[in-house]
Write a protein that binds this ligand. Structure first.
Ligand code: GLU
Length: 395
């Protein structure tokens, strides 16, 4: 979304007691448009078998949220847990054995999740991501476009790491962080981490009976990291634990997305959050659109520039996407996914954006109408050279 990027007010500090339960629990969903829900292996699998009854409850809750107009993306672990038994005595100690188990278990996982949504007439779509899909801007544009299309089609995208091909150097490593990266890429308002613990405590409650539950935070500090390390790091049986949940919450927070950490094993894993089930809410200080604008404005160095005609410069200020017809020139050599400066006819920089076309493609379609672009390039690309969500414009 085109918007000014200065003047953010970041609130901070711990609110242990001053927040009412209703505020903590129902506000994030009430104002959310898009949420990412992450479930761990222990929730979806038990002794190598899918937990069908629980998946049915989760599906029913997701369908309930969708009926209220929310878009829901599910990130589910469980591929290794569901494939392990089929490897027999070989076990899953080595990476390649884990990857083989994931190849088997991912099918079972999707079949179980798909089956849980079937009675509701809701179709799911699988996306297996590796680190580059959310870290590399060109691939990020592709992955986001596919997930947007799945959401527009009314399906529930179900995401896991592509464990079968991802090796250590290209792995997210845990699905908490994967879910946070997905939330960031998709501009989600809320990230829900369904776990086996109902949130963050001042110490591990299993070994410290006097540990206090923290219902709400506006900010994560080293103090909270300390609470989640040591024994508490293992709270949560998945590969995650509390430390990775906080790492995920940090990624989400920077992206304008609030994080909810709670127990997943409930009759209503998601709707119970609204009726006051205990959780830790880490509130975002800004919106996903403002966080993205701040990132575009502050962190991306332009690799080239695009000159606009007067009409396009005005349209961009009004919130439009940049089309080829409004371009009069391009400088520099850049690929899809590069950051570029947007210049008015006077040469003054009026914005910055992430381009969906390379400089050589743009050269060939300067001034063309969108219908001509496909004929000139020989393939159908994205509708806009730069989508309005991928630019900041100085008004
Ligand atoms: N992607 C792994 C799986 O599906 C799980 C990783 C995690 O739980 O953090 O088995």
């Amino acid at each position: 979304m085109a918007c000014l990027v200065n003047g953010f007010i970041f609130s901070s500090g711990i609110c242990h007691t001053s927040v009412s339960l209703r505020f903590m629990t129902d506000t994030p969903f009430a104002s959310a448009k898009r949420i990412v829900v992450k479930t761990g292996s222990a929730l979806v699998a038990e002794k190598g078998t899918p937990r069908h009854a629980w998946l049915e409850k989760l599906a029913a809750d997701i369908v309930g949220l969708r009926e209220r107009g929310l878009e829901v993306i599910l990130v589910s672990s469980g591929a290794v847990a569901l494939g392990r038994a089929s490897l027999g005595s070989a076990g899953t100690r080595r990476l390649d054995q884990k990857q083989a188990a994931a190849a088997i278990g991912q099918l079972r996982l999707m079949s179980a999740i798909g089956g849980a949504f079937e009675p509701h007439g809701v179709v799911i779509g699988q996306a297996l991501l590796t680190l580059g899909d959310t870290e590399n801007r060109r691939r990020w544009l592709n992955a986001r476009a596919t997930l947007e299309t799945l959401l527009e089609a009314g399906t529930v995208p179900v995401i896991n790491e592509n464990d079968t091909v991802a090796t250590d150097e290209i792995r997210y490593g845990d699905n908490d962080r994967l879910a946070a990266r997905v939330a960031q890429m998709m501009g989600a308002d809320v990230l829900v981490l369904l776990s086996d613990i109902d949130g963050l405590y001042t110490a591990d409650p299993r070994s410290h009976p006097d540990a206090t539950h923290i219902p709400h935070l506006n900010e994560l500090t080293t103090e909270h990291d300390a609470m989640a390390t040591g024994a508490n790091a293992e709270a949560g049986v998945g590969s995650g634990g509390m430390a990775t949940k906080l790492a995920a919450a940090r990624i989400a927070h920077a992206a304008g997305c609030s994080t909810l950490i709670t127990i997943g094993n409930r009759e209503h894993p998601l709707l119970s959050i609204e009726s006051g089930a205990r959780c830790t809410l880490i509130s975002a200080a800004t919106t996903p659109a403002n966080a993205r604008a701040a990132w575009l404005a502050g962190h991306l160095t332009p690799e080239g520039s695009i000159t606009l005609d007067e009409g396009a410069a005005k349209a961009l200020r009004g919130g439009a996407s940049l089309l080829a017809v409004g371009i009069t020139g391009v400088t520099g050599s850049f690929e899809r996914g590069a950051a570029v400066a947007l210049n008015a006819p006077s040469g003054r920089t009026v914005g910055k954006g992430v381009t969906a076309y390379s400089s050589s493609e743009i050269q060939r379609v300067i001034g063309c109408h969108s219908e001509e672009v496909e004929a000139i390039l020989g393939y159908r690309g994205r509708p806009a050279i730069i989508h309005r969500d991928d630019m900041v414009v100085v008004r």
